[in-house]
Design a protein around this ligand. Structure first.
Ligand code: ZN
Length: 324
């Protein structure tokens, strides 16, 4: 379990910027494996390890509508620790993120519980190519034949089924998934009356993508942000970095996002946006429970501070090793 404990404290979780990753080779591959060999490496033992190490990622949440109405809504189809979203339309549905490699069927079941057919998913989108958010996409794509729209920065990791810069670590593999439409920066698409816009907010992954859409509630239109992430998490910032330019990318993202003030801030880890308390408020009858104009700016300001702390810690550690 040691390897899982080490990875999980590094991966994607908020407030763990102090974690300095020590990613070691696990498994047998010595080069970037082809799609088939990656897929085969995600064995039951690896997944059992993740389940045990991060139970919240597998703790079910009853699917529900976060915002909108019968005609147009954003639905939560994630777990206690991983947020996945479902946006139904008359011209095929949209799904953002697929959870862990064995959670495509969880998302599909959640969609069925809401009264929709997961085979009618037309478009899959992704926040970023890390196994806890992209892992279930291949299964959903196979089930529905949906096209995947994702950033060029994350394309190699999605199609290769690896964590960029940690290709040797089989515990971080995800089932390879075909990207049908790629984009490099601003991108938008429309489907069944829903307009989604993407902005690449790189750093946490090279192609980390934040999505926005507008939705009506109470006769007004509201901007919803699905923020990618900006935690240091398992990323090496120096010596050698997870990918070339990672530090500049994080800083670019903090500069770009500091003035964003969406009406509704959502993200791929529920704890980023106070999911639990907001859901309780919603269940208690407050239809505006997920609204909060200041929520994102407070969050991103803290992320920027945490990043500099994380960078300093990694730098000190790197310098100490170099001077030994
Ligand atoms: Zn991540």
């Amino acid at each position: 379990m040691g390897v899982f404990n080490r990875i999980l404290t590094c991966l994607c979780l908020v407030g763990l910027a102090a974690c300095v990753p020590t990613v070691e080779a696990v498994g047998e591959s010595s080069s970037i494996p082809d799609n088939k060999s990656v897929s085969h490496q995600i064995n039951a033992e690896t997944l059992a390890g993740w389940r045990k190490a991060v139970p919240s990622w597998y703790a079910p949440v009853e699917p529900f509508r976060i915002i909108g109405d019968e005609k147009r809504g954003i639905y939560y189809v994630g777990t206690e620790g991983l947020a996945m979203y479902f946006i139904p339309t008359d011209e095929g549905h949209i799904v953002l993120d697929g959870g862990m490699p064995d959670q495509g069927s969880y998302v599909a079941d959640a969609i069925r519980k809401l009264g929709y057919n997961p085979e009618d998913i037309a478009v899959l989108i992704n926040s970023h190519a890390h196994l806890d958010h992209s892992g279930g996409l291949a299964e959903l794509q196979e089930l529905s034949g949906a096209q995947l729209i994702a950033s060029e920065g994350d394309r190699s990791a999605l199609e290769g089924g690896f964590y960029l810069g940690s290709e040797q670590d089989a515990n971080l593999n995800a089932p390879p998934v075909q990207v049908d439409t790629g984009f490099s920066d601003d991108f938008s698409f429309k489907r069944g009356g829903v307009a989604m816009a993407a902005k690449v907010t790189p750093g946490h992954s090279r192609g980390c993508t934040s999505w926005t859409m507008n939705i009506e509630q109470g006769g007004k239109s509201h901007e919803v942000l699905f923020f990618c992430s900006a935690t240091v998490a398992a990323n090496r910032l120096i010596g050698p970095p997870q990918y070339e330019g990672i530090v500049d990318d994080y800083r670019k993202t903090f500069a770009m996002t500091k003035d964003w003030n969406p009406d509704v801030f959502l993200s791929n880890h529920p704890q980023f946006f106070g999911f639990k308390a907001k859901r309780e408020k919603l269940l208690a009858g407050d239809p505006l429970a997920f609204f909060g104009k200041e929520d994102f700016s407070k969050f991103i300001a803290k992320m920027a501070v945490d990043f500099e702390v994380g960078l300093e810690k990694q730098t000190l550690k790197h310098n100490a090793i170099m001077s030994e």
